[in-house]
Ligand binder design. Sequence first.
Ligand SMILES: *[C@@H]1O[C@H](CO)[C@@H](O)[C@H](O)[C@H]1NC(C)=O
Length: 310
Amino acid sequence: MKLSLLRTISLLASFSSSALAAPTQKRATICNGQAALCDRKYSNVSFVGAHDSAFVGQLPTQNQLKSVSDQLNSGVRFLTAQTHSFLNSQYMCHTSCWEENSGKVQAYVQTVKTWLDNNPNEVVTLLLTNGDKIAMSIFDSIFKAVGADKYKFIPSTSPNPMPMDSWPTLGDMITAGTRLVVFIDYGADEKTVPYLLDEFNYFFETPFDTTDPNFAQCTMDRQNKADNDGKSSMYIVNHFLDMKIPATSVLVPDRADAGKTNAATGTGSIGAQADLCVGSWGKQPNVVLVDYFGQGQEMNAQNTMNGLSS
Ligand SMILES: *[C@@H]1O[C@H](CO)[C@@H](O)[C@H](O)[C@H]1NC(C)=O
């Protein structure tokens, strides 16, 4: 009697410990805040992204009002940022490090990594510019130094670049823990560092630095390397408004009009340009980049592009 009770207990114990040890990663039921996005391919999701996300403040060289963490907390899942080489290190600088320096690339990547640690059901994309043509091994060492490579997404390698329809769903990426997608605008080499993706293998872009408040175009500017007609690319819409400082040719971000530019609907809004883009390209933009995230109803616009209610 005593023995069989003990045996039962030990059987139960081994059963429950093996159940605990089973390698079953729980599947997310909410992905990037929406159940419907779990089964949606990454390449079929629309993101409103923060342009020049690292340049935060009130100066004309600064494009955002919220810190990078607050951008993420407010729903931004696509961040672009400029990187430059300065004093033998890599910094977040606007055109030049004398003009605007928002600190080391490593600190920026650390912020994003910490946020991913705390938000396990979120897929985040970084698009970094590489104006000084820094070697990918240097970016790689920065991501590794803060452990951000833990979350790296690596596309399937054959065919390479991975075709648009081969992207996994957000749910798959969350389950696999590959929730950080990183693009570099110039100088990427996926053969040496396979998670630093060449932006123009995957996207084309519309014109940037526009001064037309109506954003009355959705034309191709910088094209995808493998896809001249844009039919098999994701695409990025540059929906941030610049203004010319009177009597100069200097362009600065137009903060006064950010409410209208970042509105979900109406003339010059995110929604109006997205509609124009659907007319031009037959599908919603993958990314709409804005300055001054939070000055309009950007998340409503994102939900509309994704066919979701706000
Ligand atoms: C996602 O797919 C739907 C259905 O085909 C389409 O209407 C929408 O434009 C697509 N969005 C993107 C970003 O590809």
